[in-house]
Design a protein around this ligand. Structure first.
Ligand code: 15L
Length: 264
């Protein structure tokens, strides 16, 4: 068990889903976000701040023996808007990790780092990156920083290319990309428990029959997903096709692939 886990982006949707499932991961958790955080356990504390500020990041990383990095903008945006948290923030995190006790990091990357592949292409962890958005580019950048800090400083990272982490699959694409919060929480536990993690790429996806990704870097982790979108039997309550969902099933990244770049 970790002594102190840092969770960045603790006010985000994924953090809210998995935080209650992390009770066995650490004796105490430090929750950080740029916005106010409501949920908090008895042994946990909250620090509000900006990932783009290196002194804030140093303060929260110091004393932690594990980091779950969920922070940053989680949707497509302009390069300018993504720059502070998604690029500078991730760099600040790795600098701080190297400076203090080199906590193991779970880096929440995204399927949008490889979103440009077509849906009939099954890819493994070594496939070339193929971002579908500036957001995807920011995740590719974070993955590269993780790799660099492993090489130069020995900081270990599980790069988790998250598919769609929601309570349930919400559209037909998610029957392929869904990652149950329970499977993500068990992956986090296994990554912190493993004797050696190194720096590896793991697809954050449940055991969905039509998944686009092959998890070929799981050696020694003892993790396999136990949920599956198949169990919903294609039952997507509330989903309706609209002109905005055209092409949803064409690419790994869904409709993000054909969306115009946001430039400002
Ligand atoms: C992501 O990376 C986003 O953060 C999330 O909101 C979803 O859009 C997800 O990918 C997805 O592709 O379903």
């Amino acid at each position: 068990m970790l002594n102190r886990l840092l969770i960045t982006g603790a006010n985000g949707g994924v953090a809210k889903l998995i935080y209650p499932l992390l009770t066995e991961v650490a004796s105490s958790i430090c929750l950080t976000d740029i916005n106010k955080i409501d949920h908090i356990g008895p042994n946990d504390d909250v620090v509000i701040g900006d990932l783009a500020d290196p002194s804030f990041v140093n303060d929260v990383v110091e004393g932690c023996d594990g980091v779950l990095h969920l922070g940053g903008i989680s949707q497509e945006n302009s390069f300018k808007n993504l720059l502070p948290a998604n690029f500078i923030g991730v760099h600040n995190l790795y600098q701080a990790a190297a400076k203090f006790s080199k906590p193991r990091i779970i880096f929440a990357s995204s399927n949008h780092a490889v979103g440009g592949y077509r849906s009939d292409q099954l890819i493994g962890a070594n496939a070339r990156t193929n971002p579908d958005s500036y957001y995807g580019v920011s995740k590719v950048f974070g993955e590269s920083v993780a790799q660099l800090y492993h090489l130069k400083e020995g900081v270990e990272t599980a790069i988790v290319r998250i598919g769609s982490c929601f309570e349930k699959p919400g559209d037909p694409r998610m029957l392929s990309t869904w990652f149950s919060p329970k499977d993500f929480a068990s992956l986090i536990q296994c990554c912190f428990d493993a004797d050696t993690l190194g720096c590896r790429i793991i697809y954050g996806v449940s055991d969905n029959q039509t998944a686009f990704w092959e998890n070929d870097q799981l050696d020694g982790l003892g993790w396999l997903p136990s949920d599956s979108a198949d169990s919903f039997g294609g039952n997507l309550v509330g989903w309706q096709a609209t002109s905005e969902t055209d092409g949803l099933l064409e690419f790994h990244g869904g409709v993000w692939v054909r969306a115009p770049l946001i430039n400002d």
